[in-house]
Design a protein around this ligand. Structure first.
Ligand code: ADP
Length: 229
């Protein structure tokens, strides 16, 4: 007998009677209750959709660890690490950093947190290969993605927001309209299909990403709370 989610195995002898079976079932469910369920959220959406802003609010409200691959790359660029130097060439053009680099970096960030209530993944997964790698990796840690919350914002609004953000963010990939448009094109081509991966297992929820910050937070929390219960 196996409870897949928790990787628990119980072997019952062929001669096991009904009492033994009941005992085995009770052991499995008792184990289920003692293993705390993590809340692992993928906050999804195109560049400029507001993932960073909403992540900051959600992580406080739900006590989660925020992992933003964009922030981690920028930290590495600032500190001129090897990883930063490799990532910079892609980021400056608005292209994705290769999967192999991104996946191993993300995994090494996850293991830095020994006992988290859960994670908000912001900017990851951005390709189908990353989504599959994340599932495999979380499975080895006896956990999984709870849901994907996707912020929906139309393209012209995104471009306006990013060019405006460039004034304060100092991000070179925000300042140039051609690079901004390329990031959105890369998103539509390589990242948007990742939503289908979570739709197939009933974990996808789309949320309107236009309105006040508070309004959008309320929409996200309503979806998230439905998963938590
Ligand atoms: P935004 O969502 O506004 O584009 P991010 O800060 O999430 O900003 O990402 C900035 C850049 O970092 C991306 O354009 C890409 O080059 C790189 N990047 C971030 N996350 C990933 C990822 N999961 N896979 C590949 N590249 C990534």
């Amino acid at each position: 007998m196996r409870l897949k989610k928790y990787n628990l195995f119980l072997v019952l002898a062929a001669s096991a009677d009904l009492d033994m079976c009941w005992l085995a079932i009770r052991v499995i469910f008792a184990a289920k209750q003692t293993i705390p369920r993590m809340l692992n959220v993928v906050l999804f959406g195109p560049p400029g959709a507001g993932k960073g802003t909403q992540s900051e609010i959600l992580l406080q409200r739900y006590g989660l660890v925020h992992l933003s691959t964009g922030d981690i790359f920028r930290y590495n660029i600032k500190n001129t690490t090897e990883l930063g130097q490799q990532a910079k060439a892609f980021m400056d053009k608005g292209e994705l950093v290769p999967d192999s680099l991104t996946i191993s970096m993300l995994e090494s960030e996850v293991v830095k947190h020994p006992d988290p209530k859960g994670f908000i993944f912001d900017g990851f997964p951005r390709t189908s290969a990353q989504a599959e790698a994340l599932d495999r990796f979380l499975n080895t840690r006896n956990t999984s993605i709870t849901c994907m919350l996707a912020l929906e914002v139309d393209q012209e609004e995104l471009i306006k927001r990013l060019l405006n953000r460039a004034i304060t963010s100092g991000r070179s990939d925000d300042a140039d309209e051609a690079i901004v448009r390329n990031r959105i094109a890369v998103y539509n081509r390589e990242t948007a299909p990742v939503a289908g991966y979570y739709q197939e297992c009933g974990k996808y929820r789309g949320v309107k990403g236009v309105g006040t910050v508070d309004e959008i937070t309320s929409r996200l929390c309503a979806e998230l709370d439905a998963f938590v219960q």
